[in-house]
Design a protein around this ligand. Structure first.
Ligand code: HEC
Length: 141
């Protein structure tokens, strides 16, 4: 394969496609697990409102890993199951912007949750929009 990481600052060798796919799924899995916690708290299924800010910070932290995790173009490569579609790399600026937006929203709402979990719960929909907006565009069903 011809090196695809010619972007300035990306000096590390590519991972194998399967490892790259597995890794980015771990990163998104961390986002998803924390969002599951947020949802359970927001719906009142569990009484852990004091944990809300930490889950949101967990999303922001995992989101900060996502640009590097997705950077390697694995389209059509490897045997590992993936739902990322080719647009992740053909429309990288938009994709990366979506990851940044997720991180910003999680950070913003976490700061609210630090002092007022109930006010933060009202904002969770804004975070959820960042997930859906990206998944609708950049994931194959
Ligand atoms: C800018 C794009 C983008 C945003 C924002 C985004 N995702 Fe994703 N997400 C993806 C892509 C692409 C995949 C597919 C990864 C793969 O299979 O290669 C994915 C996969 C996942 C997965 C499956 C991981 C696995 O083990 O296969 C979960 C869970 C997930 N996202 C949750 C979320 C949640 C929750 C949010 C919002 C808080 C979110 N995502 C925001 C792009 C995004």
């Amino acid at each position: 394969m011809v090196a695809t990481s010619l972007t300035a600052g990306v000096a590390l060798a590519d991972s194998s496609p399967d490892s790259a796919i597995q890794y980015r799924k771990k990163v998104m899995g961390a986002v998803g697990a924390n969002m599951g916690g947020v949802g359970a708290i927001a719906k009142g299924e569990v009484a852990f409102k004091e944990a809300l800010a930490t889950h949101l910070k967990g999303i922001a932290l995992a989101a900060s890993l996502a640009p590097a995790a997705f950077k390697q173009n694995t389209h059509g490569q490897g045997g590992e199951k993936t739902t990322s579609n080719e647009k992740v790399w053909t429309d990288w600026a938009k994709f990366e912007g979506g990851l940044k937006k997720m991180q910003e929203e999680a950070t913003r709402i976490a700061a609210i949750a630090d002092s007022d979990p109930d006010a933060a719960i009202k904002e969770i929909g804004e975070l959820g929009k960042t997930c859906k907006g990206c998944h609708d565009n950049f994931r194959d069903k």
